[in-house]
Each structure stands twice: as structure tokens, then as C-alpha cells.
Write a protein that binds this ligand. Sequence first.
Ligand SMILES: *Cc1c(COP(=O)(O)O)cnc(C)c1O
Length: 221
Amino acid sequence: MSISENIHSIKQHLPLQVKLVAVSKTKPADAILEAYNAGQRVFGENKAQEMATKQAVLPRDIDWHFIGHLQSNKVKYIAPFVSMIHSVDSLKLLVEIDRMALKNSRVVKCLLQFYIASEETKFGLSLDEAVDILFSEEYAKLHNIEICGVMGMASYSQNQELIREEFLTLKKKFEFLKERFFAETPSFCEISMGMSDDYLLAIDCGSTMVRIGSTIFGRRN
Ligand SMILES: *Cc1c(COP(=O)(O)O)cnc(C)c1O
């Protein structure tokens, strides 16, 4: 199947309120353009320089979402255009995103990435760490970032019950933060969870954004 057929068939399974982030990491600009021509506007990348290189040659109305681990010293490459950063996992990173967004006269939307998998290798915050950030004086001073929700990655596993539990854990963290810190903030509404192998389960558990790569673009090398 072609990229455009893949997108259309995924879209048929997405409820209206669930956004599709087409994960185009490692794929060339012409593959992204094919998806764009099929109507897709939101693309996800996990390397700052790669994203900036693609952004420079692709249509201006693409929404670029950063989904990978982001080092503070790389924020400058994407700050002029990035629409959402899904992978905020420290106050230090949030401060740097704010500083670079201000420099570019922008507000950058962010998600707090949580550690939900039983594996050791995944990045992300614990709920306590997120609460510490949101109570901090430094956070209160940031005006060029907007925290719009949470993101998480389930374990790399065939065990559907395990994955379901991890997704529901993320949903619970979202609800806790919503009630505690964002009750008056309608834009805090996103739960980014679900990839090619588990997006239907993620939607079942309350996902509002799925990040799908290989099912659209084919396997990566
Ligand atoms: C690569 C990646 C995806 C997409 O993975 P697929 O299995 O190809 O759909 C989603 N989220 C993150 C954070 C990724 O790095």
C-alpha cells in the first residue's frame, strides 16, 4: 500500500477527537510530501537537526511535533518553528524551551513525558517530579511555553494487558494533574500515547494523539 492509502486507512479507525501525528523520522522529505498531499499536516520527528533540515524544504503549514529525547543545547534548532514538544522530562529543558521561544517571539506547546513502561530504558518523569516542576518558582516565571498535557510510551511487549495498564496509568496521571494544576486551563487536554502496534488500545484507554510511523511510511532501517 502507498503512504496515502496507509493514512486513509488509519484515519478510518481514528475517532474524530484523536489527532494523528505521522512519525517521519529517518524518512526523506519526498515521503513526507506524499503524506502531505494526502491531507496530513502533523508530522513527528525525534532529532532536532533532522527536523530543522526537513522543515526548511517542506510546506510552511506543516505542524512539526518533536517526540524524541531533547537535549537543552538542541532546542535552538527547532524553536523558530516547532509547534509542540511531546518529550519534556526536566525543568531545565522547559526553561530552555521558554528562553528560546521568547527569543523567537513564540509560545511553544509542550507535553510532560512520563515514565510508564516497566523497561529501564525509557525517558520520562515520575508524578512526584512533575508536581515539583509545577510547584516551582522557576516554572511560574515561564510565559513562552504552554503545557498542554502528557505523553508516554508503553513497554515494547506483546502483553496487551501490561500495555493497557501502562496507558491507564498515564491517563490517571493526566487526570491528577488536570484536577490539581490545570482545572481552569482548557488547553491542558492532550494525552499523547499509542504507536503503530498499540494505537487502537491507546485510543481505548483515552489517547487524544497517536504517534504512528512504520504503519504509514514502512519499516525504518
Ligand atoms: C518512532 C516513534 C514512534 C512511532 O513508532 P512506530 O512504531 O513506527 O509507529 C512514536 N513515538 C515515538 C516517541 C517514537 O520515537
